[in-house]
Design a protein. Structure first.
Length: 279
């Protein structure tokens, strides 16, 4: 958990999950289903002594804002406050006291009357039916302004497809290996061997291994419908320098533009990539 301040939002974990509950509310069958999805998706964070209090406090705050904070979750948040303060005890005394004041304000808010229960327009949630090796295609509808070196002129890139090869589920979200296909159209059972895997970044502590896998935050059936099924490719070879310990986590709405940018920076080593219009 990277932290840069005493505010509740001043850490990586809080920023990573700040909109999760509200999205699960929208893409769920009911409130209980949304809460179940939230907990299932954050099992790893909840098992960590540093991250657990943050997750529970963020959840309680969001439930309060939607008028849905239950006594059970409130009690979990109270315990989280105490546990979070213990995590700060061995650090700087000034920062500890500032954090203590912030959490006192947070608890005061939880104890105040909740807003009226907000109505939520629900959509069908994402349900996984893919098997390992299933390949899907997403058309890139944006365009990038790119140049190969600092001295070369810009040119515009548009079109193409991103191919997603399903690997497994990580909590509520699917994990894929992705490939870039600079083609005008895709079709069922097409040959994908000519398309390169997209490199997202290199871990500095992993002896040059690259992160190829991406965990895509697909919340709804409406997002899932934008993916075209091409077929199952169970024997398609994986990258030999694959870092199997890390995923690049990307919201679905940013996935296409982020992947195209990563391809030109990481795979092609271009000097500059400007994402002019998102997918």
């Amino acid at each position: 958990m990277g932290s840069w301040g005493v505010n509740l939002w001043d850490c990586d974990t809080a920023m990573d999950i700040k909109n999760e509950y509200s999205r699960f509310l929208k893409y769920s069958y009911d409130d209980e289903d949304a809460l179940r999805r939230f907990f299932r998706n954050n099992e790893k964070l909840l098992s960590d002594s540093d991250d657990n209090p943050i997750v529970l406090m963020i959840l309680a705050k969001q439930m309060w804002e939607y008028g849905r904070l239950s006594e059970d979750i409130k009690r979990l948040a109270y315990t989280a406050i105490d546990n979070d303060l213990r995590n700060w005890e061995d650090g700087d005394a000034v920062l500890y006291n500032k954090r203590k004041m912030e959490l006192a304000k947070y608890r005061e808010k939880l104890d105040s009357p909740q807003p009226e229960r907000k109505k939520v327009k629900r959509s069908l949630p994402f349900e996984n039916h893919w098997k390992k090796g299933d390949v899907l295609a997403l058309k890139y509808n944006g365009f990038c302004r790119i140049r190969e070196t600092a001295e070369s002129p810009y040119y515009d890139f548009t079109g193409g497809y991103i191919l997603l090869m399903f690997e497994r589920m990580e909590g509520e979200f699917p994990v894929f290996y992705t490939m870039f296909a600079d083609v005008e159209k895709v079709y069922s059972e097409m040959d994908i061997s000519v398309f390169p895997y997209i490199q997202y970044f290199e871990r500095t502590d992993s002896n040059g291994k690259m992160v190829y896998r991406t965990e895509i935050q697909i919340y709804g059936n409406d997002q899932q419908k934008k993916l075209t099924f091409l077929g199952n490719y169970p024997h398609h070879p994986l990258p030999c320098d694959d870092d199997k310990e890390m995923n690049c986590i990307i919201p679905f709405e940013r996935f296409a533009s982020y992947s195209i940018t990563s391809y030109f920076y990481m795979n092609k080593h271009f000097a500059e990539v400007k994402d002019v219009r998102n997918c």
